[in-house]
Design a protein around this ligand. Structure first.
Ligand SMILES: *[C@@H]1O[C@H](CO)[C@@H](O)[C@H](O)[C@H]1NC(C)=O
Ligand SMILES: *[C@@H]1O[C@H](CO)[C@@H](O)[C@H](O)[C@H]1NC(C)=O
Ligand SMILES: *[C@@H]1O[C@H](CO)[C@@H](O)[C@H](O)[C@H]1NC(C)=O
Length: 803
């Protein structure tokens, strides 16, 4: 199904062509990365690339607004917010006259390939332009502005769209450019609000020490002066995505989105919910409202209305915060930078392959991969959502937004409010964290514990992983034990790397003592290896014949059975921010190359993704073997680059990429070779990569995985309950819960043995390896290329989103 193509072969396939890129509409973080990728890929394939400034306005005005780009034109823009080429809104382009001027400006420069990055309105405009192209040229010929020959040479305009929109409101793609960064901005603000208004819940502070006796367990009771409510209005005039995901990621008390207006009488419900949470000890309520929130009659619900309601009925101190433009601001998140780079490169290939018969396409993301989507079908599908809302078919609107949206909505409803506990199921579930702390672990514990409680199970938190399980360090959890956990970094339960095999007897004793009927392990490679050991010990101990589930959580992203582990996204963001600052530190000084060491064990995921996100010159990893010739080539490449007026270079090195070419070695090599041209500095990023607050993705992903794991465990418990006890002994009762492309799956730990490299602690095959050629191409790496896998053509069979 998938063809693969050598990047080397692509070289010069674009010779003689000219392409242009513009950004349009509301700006979105990540647009610069897209412009950079289109420019560099275009140049790489031998095409002339033009940057069009000020969006369609620049296209209409022509002149200096259309500039030939060079490799260096897009240097050092990847970390900047907004769009460096501008994205003015343009009335003129909506008229035929304006488009005539635009066509003239393009054809004069021989440009017949156009990449537009913008929202659905901008992309629809591009499609109109494309369908009118030949008639526009005819008119230009008639008016004598261009020759017939010129018109015939450029008879067709190829269009490709990149969806830049912070709302994530475009059907067909999992994510639009800018949406993830907007979520980062929103979560930063919510976190700030949370810290100004603490809860009176018991907060367990864990010093993280490996010695139990130095661990601090503090109970903090903050006196309750008054109840505070924050009404937070986020962007999304027609789409509740940002509001929904931020509510899920922050555990907000109430949520108002246009797709799912509240039932009649919601005001009473909301107020009693707020009161309920005050009674159970929460001092702070958060209400998230999408800009376009409406009631069931289509009448807008404003944030002031909600505020007045809370003040009048409950008398709480209530503030409204309207986030507005800040959501478009700031530096793009790692996800947006990698996404835009990937989509931008694919856009160029799509332009190269376009023929007059291929319909205009948009490049979207489908489960980690760039895909080509029929542009107009996606636009139509997107409009259907609005129609459904206008016609008050709200259930349908939620469905049309796609599986992911619907799933988020259901999970939000499931977790936000304390459920009347179902009659006791008599099952006990133990939850533990294993391995190094990773962001998102706490979110997973929270949602798993809450759902399990709602299903009537008894829930035990185990401190310090398998070690704590052996020592019987368990405490029972309640609904409120996990309040506010989604936004906390690290592991609140405490985590250790200890594997179970040396403590099997004692672990079994604990399982008997607490009558544990299921285990949920949230952790990294040790979590997987540990459950595998428990599974293999089932033949000796009947007590281990209980359902066991691993939720992958590690910054290294090296757990077999999943494309992503919890904590990896936060780690890439942390490493990226570190590198951004390192690069900036040298501005104004002389030329400098930084060698930055990242974590990750033997797994190069962190180094590779960070490399793409910061536009590194190279990223050395263990899986992509290199020798002294490669090092030499890179050094020479950097030396050349530095001679050409570039101030800074950045080289990443995974901590275990080579036993002899150490960070120090590479530093010395670069220092000697660069003598007189640049100096070289080393930075080891270290533990900052474990991240502070979890990224929105990790909060949300952790929350979802926690829910899925508990649902799966409950099903296995019921299935395997016979004669008064649980006997689960088949391999499919000990699984890793993973995300593979778009699908959440449970894969038995034994099945994963064959695909695991136990020596280097990682899967034998890693999906992200196809990001390597992209990193090298964008850095103008001179060595031979491995394979670049171009995007598949995806047909829109169902609306957007992952499950
Ligand atoms: C739980 O156990 C109690 C007594 O041991 C029993 O009465 C009750 O029916 C059990 N509940 C379920 C759901 O099996
Ligand atoms: C590193 O050097 C040692 C000798 O000191 C050698 O045995 C080993 O193979 C080298 N490692 C690699 C990966 O080349
Ligand atoms: C122990 O757990 C089983 C379910 O695995 C349950 O049926 C039984 O009632 C529990 N025993 C006690 C004493 O709680």
């Amino acid at each position: 199904k998938m063809s693969s193509m050598d990047l080397e072969k692509l070289k010069m396939t674009g010779a003689g062509r000219a392409m242009a890129v513009l950004t349009s509409g509301g700006d979105a973080q990540g647009m610069n990365a897209a412009v950079r990728a289109v420019t560099r890929m275009g140049i790489y394939v031998g095409a002339k690339v033009y940057l069009i400034y000020e969006g369609y306005q620049g296209l209409v005005d022509g002149g200096d607004n259309i500039k030939l780009a060079h490799w260096q034109s897009v240097t050092n823009i990847i970390q900047q917010g907004g769009t460096v080429i501008g994205s003015a809104r343009c009335k003129a382009f909506t008229t035929r006259e304006g488009r005539l001027a635009a066509a003239f400006n393009l054809v004069k420069k021989g440009i017949t390939n156009l990449c537009v990055c913008g929202g659905d309105g901008s992309l629809t405009g591009a499609n109109i332009f494309r369908s009118e192209w030949s008639s526009l040229l005819d008119e230009l010929v008639q008016k004598g502005r261009i020759t017939d020959t010129l018109a015939r040479q450029h008879g067709h305009l190829n269009i490709v769209g990149l969806v830049g929109s912070i709302d994530n409101d475009f059907c067909g793609t999992d994510m639009t450019i800018g949406a993830d960064s907007a979520l980062h901005r929103i979560m930063e603000i919510i976190d700030a609000i949370m810290t100004t208004a603490q809860r009176s819940d018991t907060v367990i502070l864990n010093s993280g020490s490996t010695e139990p006796y130095i661990r601090l367990i503090l109970c903090v009771f903050i006196p309750a002066y008054h109840q505070r409510t924050f009404v937070l209005e986020v962007m999304g005039r027609h789409c509740g995505y940002l509001a929904l995901v931020s509510a899920l990621a922050s555990g907000a008390d109430w949520l108002l989105i246009p797709e799912a207006p509240p039932q009649e009488g919601w005001e009473d419900c909301m107020c009693s919910r707020l009161e309920g949470s005050r009674i159970t000890g929460s001092r702070l309520n958060i209400i998230i409202i999408a800009e376009g929130a409406i009631d069931r009659n289509g009448k807008p619900i404003t944030s002031t209305y909600v505020k007045d309601l809370v003040v009048q009925r409950l008398g709480y101190d209530t503030r409204v915060t309207v986030l507005g433009h800040v959501q478009r601001g700031g530096t793009p998140s790692a996800f947006d930078r990698v996404l835009s780079s990937k989509l931008g490169m694919e856009a160029v290939i799509a332009l190269l392959e376009a023929t007059p018969d291929t319909p205009a396409c948009a490049i979207g993301l489908s489960g980690n991969r760039a895909v080509r989507l029929p542009l107009m079908e996606c636009v139509e599908m997107t409009k259907l959502v609005q129609t459904a809302m206008n016609e008050k078919r709200f259930d349908e609107a939620v469905k049309l937004r796609g599986g992911s949206f619907e799933n988020n909505w259901n999970i939000y409803k499931l977790l936000a409010f304390e459920k009347p506990i179902q009659s006791g199921s008599n099952f006990s579930l133990a939850i533990l964290n294993v391995g190094a702390p990773a962001a998102g672990m706490n979110a997973a514990v929270r949602s798993a514990a809450r759902l399990a409680l709602a299903q009537g199970h008894k829930v035990y938190a185990v401190q310090d992983g398998f070690q704590g399980l052996a020592n019987g360090e368990l405490f029972e959890m309640e609904w409120h034990s996990v309040a506010g956990w989604t936004g906390q970094g690290g592991s609140l339960l405490g985590t250790k790397r200890t594997l179970p095999n040396k403590h099997m007897e004692k672990i079994v004793e604990t399982i008997i003592k607490f009558n544990i009927s299921a285990l949920l392990v949230i952790g990294g490679f040790e979590g997987y290896a540990g459950v595998l050991q428990l599974f293999e010990a089932r033949s000796h101990y009947d007590e281990l014949c209980i359902p066991m589930c691993v939720i992958p959580a590690t910054i290294s992203n090296n757990v077999p059975g999943t494309d992503f582990s919890l904590g990896a996204d936060t780690a890439v963001n942390a490493a990226m921010e570190g590198c951004d600052k390192i690069k900036q530190s040298a501005s104004g000084t002389k030329r400098r190359v930084f060698v930055v060491e990242t974590m990750g064990g033997f797994c190069g995921y962190l180094a590779t993704c960070t490399g793409i996100a910061v536009g590194a010159d190279a990223a050395y990893i263990f899986e992509d073997p290199f020798n002294i010739h490669d090092l030499k080539t890179n050094v020479e490449h950097l030396t050349e680059k530095m001679k050409k007026d570039v101030q800074r270079g950045l080289v990443l090195r995974n901590e275990n990429c080579h036993e002899n070419y150490t960070t120090d070695f590479i530093h010395r090599l670069y220092s000697s070779e660069g003598k007189g041209i640049f100096d070289c500095r080393v930075n080891v990023l270290g533990h900052l990569q474990q991240g502070g607050a979890p990224s929105p993705f990790d909060r949300n992903f952790g929350t979802k995985l926690g829910v899925k794991a508990t649902q799966w465990i409950s099903e296995r418990l019921t299935e395997n309950f016979r004669q008064g006890r649980v006997i689960a002994n088949s391999p499919d009762t000990a699984c890793v819960l993973g995300l593979n492309r778009k699908v959440i799956s449970f894969i038995p730990v034994t099945e994963l043995k064959d695909v695991t490299d136990f020596e280097h602690r990682m899967p034998k095959v890693q999906w992200w390896f196809n990001l390597r050629p992209m990193l090298k191409m964008l850095a103008k790496y001179q060595t031979s290329f491995c394979e670049y896998v171009p995007g598949e053509i995806e047909h829109v069979t169902r609306p957007c989103g992952v499950d």
